[in-house]
Write a protein that binds this ligand. Structure first.
Ligand SMILES: [Zn+2]
Length: 66
């Protein structure tokens, strides 16, 4: 959901102008994040997932080649 009020981005710590980001429910309150930061966060998560699967493949490869 678009933020109706300005706030501080929980990812980069900079001000999020109203309508410039998203707000999320968090621990009984609200937090805001830039629209760009949502995309960056998503990219990081994808990268982390890929890394885990790369490590998994490495283990399988070692098991096969030992
Ligand atoms: Zn941000």
């Amino acid at each position: 959901m678009r933020n109706k009020f300005p706030g501080t981005c929980y990812r980069c710590g900079k001000t999020v102008e109203k309508q410039a980001g998203n707000f999320e429910r968090y621990k009984g309150g609200w937090r805001v994040i830039h629209a760009e930061c949502v995309l960056e966060q998503r990219a990081e998560k994808e990268a982390a997932k890929r890394q885990i699967s790369d490590e998994g493949m490495e283990k399988v490869w070692k098991w096969l080649t030992n």
